[in-house]
Structure formats: structure tokens, C-alpha cells
Design a binder for this molecule. Sequence first.
Ligand code: AMP
Ligand code: MG
Length: 487
Amino acid sequence: MSEASTEDPTRAGWSFDHSYARLPQAFHARVNPTPVREPRLVIFNPTLAISLGLDPEALRGDEAAAVFAGNRLPEGADPIAQAYAGHQFGHLTRLGDGRAILLGEQQTPDGRRYDIQLKGPGRTPYSRGGDGRAALGPMLREYLISEAMHALGIPTTRSLAVVTTGEPVFREEPLPGAILTRVAASHIRVGTFVYFAALGDIEGLQRLTGYTLQRHFPDRVGSGNPARALLESVLERQASLVAAWQCVGFVHGVMNTDNMALSGETIDYGPCAFIDAYDPEAVFSSIDHQGRYAFGNQPQIVGWNLARFAEALLPVLHADPKQGVALAQEVIAGYPERFRSHWLTGMRSKLGLFTTEPEDDTLIGDLLDHQRAERADFTNTFRELDPLAPADASMADWYGRWTSRLARQSQSPEEVTRLMHSRNPRIIPRNHRVGEALEAAVRKSDLAPFQHLLAALASPYVETRDSARYTEPPPPGSAPCRTFCGT
Ligand code: AMP
Ligand code: MG
């Protein structure tokens, strides 16, 4: 941390609008963060601050911790908690921001708009039995992995800061309390639509449809049926997002409909994890007993969530329910193909393929089957693929097919390598390294391993002398990683 700035962190370039707070009462509840005892800045993201039009110098010191803790509101804030519902492991529940408060929508100098949300700022009208608080470990985890996803080039919410509160939170044991400042294109979820559908509030649905289209898909405003345009646009973004997850081995862990942002950003880094060995059945979350959200199920779950989204939209898709259903089915039927197309494009790039051939599908599938049989490390296998290096005996046949395939396109070996190295990361947030870094931060107040890992993850495609430490899979025989929702 640099020396405390004399500048006022409540006037550090904040430029809030409140378009969501202007929506009718049913959408949200006005609520202020509950002040905490002793805010301390743990980590701050100056690069993100700058891109938001904020002055990082004014946001570094302990004065700023008061802002990121909700003790002092930035100029122009109008805090609300948002209403939503969600299918949790398939079951519909009424939720809402039980431990999150939106301060406002930051308008950036280049004309973008981002929600600035505190996660863990105290109770809201939607807290149900919860304390509205968050623990340091899970908030640092979200900071680390969301920033890693961003560096990988995958759409995601971002993390601006984490502060400790000076107050314990009580989970299985007392833990240091913390608050994350999350930055998102918006927090509108499938569950937001589900909420109004469940209430039978068609006017609310109409309002939300228009609002979401305007906010995330302005090109589609005025193009015929708004609900259909929204469904198509969201489907496309979700297909692209989950394909990107599958290409880097990311397991979200809790793909409930309330954790699926319509912006197409990855959101809610609770029990997520990256796979080491390739395994479509990989599950890390301690509460996902049935493997509903297993790695290989994710594309299908996105399809299921999109079907719930379409269902919620029915009353606004068409005044005649039968025609509404027909419209919804027609759009949703396109999902498997859209996913597959994004996935194939991603996988082709990982293999250095610039052109398309019908056999590519089999080529990719056979490599994955091989990885599965050998329990080979997903990330390292792709990164170490080299058409010029001799193949391992067990892969000789596959290598032969792959190199012949490469020979049937005109790109040079250098171009192939460049493409592959830009799509096959060297460094991902491996569970055992994330675990070590969080353990040191939480138990020993030693942030060095966290900072070091965070720095490495900022350039995941670059080979550095430092990176070796983060490229090794966990030692054989180590206990499988278990993740928790952090609630
Ligand atoms: P999540 O599993 O983090 O997506 O959270 C699911 C729901 O539980 C959301 O409505 C959260 O706001 C709510 N929730 C999670 N943790 C807490 C907490 N500690 N206090 C109040 N509400 C919470
Ligand atoms: Mg959530």
C-alpha cells in the first residue's frame, strides 16, 4: 500500500447514474450498508480503477477503506439491494441481494456503465436468515479468480477492492469479515426475470425486458419483438460464455438461475475451480452431491437455464400463450448448435487450426478421450502440444493425424504456435495454489503468496521464469480439492 492519499475517496471520480434504482419499487429495496468497526484495505485494483474513470491515488489509503467498507458513501451513491429469484439446484426460491448492495452505476469516461456493488455490507430486506456478511477467504478467492478470468479473456465481473471489516463472521468457526467491491456490466440475472414471472407481474417483465435490451443489446432495440430479441441475444452470449469455460477447464460450481448474468459475464465465484486432470465428471463443490454442475454438464445446464429464461419471458413473447411457447421453443432449439459452434471454434484454435474440416470434431474428441484415459493435465497437455516435437508413444497416432491436418492449411508453423499460445494458457488458478495463497492471507495475514499468484495470473499466456511454480499440477495422491459457497 502506498502512503495514504490526501485526496477524498468519496470524490475520486465517481460518476453515478441510477437507472436500475429508477425502475419501479418491486425491483429493489433502498438500503444502506451497515458500518463496520475497523475497515482496512487488503487489496485494490488500480488498473481497473483507472478504466472506470477513478483516481487510484485517492482510493489507496485507509481513508478509502471506509468507502469500500460502506462506512462512507461515495458522492452520488444511492444504495439499493436488488430483488430476484432463482432455481437453486433446480428448485425455485425467492432470493434477492441478501448480502450485496449496489451503490450505483459508474459512468466511465468512454461512455460505458458498470454496477459498483459491495458484497458483504450487512443485512438487506432480502437477507432471510443470513447475516449479510462475507468472510475474507471467499472474497479474496473471488477477487483472484475473477481477475484471472479477465486476463484469460473470458467475460466476467471484476474486482476493485477487498477490505477487512475488523469484525468476525461466524460460519463453522469465527473468520475475519470482509467486503468485496464487485464491478459488473449489470447484475440482471435469469433469476430477475424468474422473480417477476413467479409474481405474475407482466408489467414488471415488460419493463425489465426493455431495460435489459437497452442496457446490454442496444443494437436490438426497435427490432421487432423485444422479448424474442432479448432471448436470442442472451442465448448467444451464454453459448459463447460456457464454450469459453469448457476451453479453459473452468467449473463454475453453482450455476443456479440466479447466478447467470444476462450480460454474459461469469458471475458469483463461490465454489468454482479449474480442473487439473481432464475429467468431464469433475465436481468440486461440497454441496453438489449429484454432480449437477459437473464440468461436462455445464453446457447442458446453460441450456436448462435458458429454457427457464424463455419460460419466464412467455407472457411478453406473445399475447397468445400457444404462440409464445412456439416462439420460445423455436429460439431455444438453436442453443445446442450455437454452443457447439463456439466450442469448436475455441477448440480449433487450441489445436492451431485456422480452417475447418468435418473431421475436426473427431480429432478434438480423440485428444480429450486420451486425456481422460491418462488422467492427463488439461491445461499442460494443450500448452505443450508442439507439432515439431516428437510425440509420446501413446499419442503417436493422434499426433500423426494432427500434423497432417496442420499441413492441409496454409499458415506457417510460427502462426500456428502463436495462435496456440494465445489460446492455451500456461497459468491458471490451480486449486492447490489458490488454497495456499488464501490460507496464508487468512491464517497468517501474509498476503505475499496471494500477490505473487495474482501477478502471475495477470499474464496467463506468457511463459516466464516465475511461472513454473504455478504450472505444476497438484502432487499425485493429494486430496481432491473441495470448495464451499462461502455463505
Ligand atoms: P449465492 O449462493 O452466493 O449465489 O447466494 C444465494 C442467495 O443467498 C443470494 O440471495 C444471497 O444474497 C444469499 N446469501 C448468501 N449468503 C448470505 C449471507 N451471509 N447473508 C444473507 N444472505 C446471503
Ligand atoms: Mg448468487
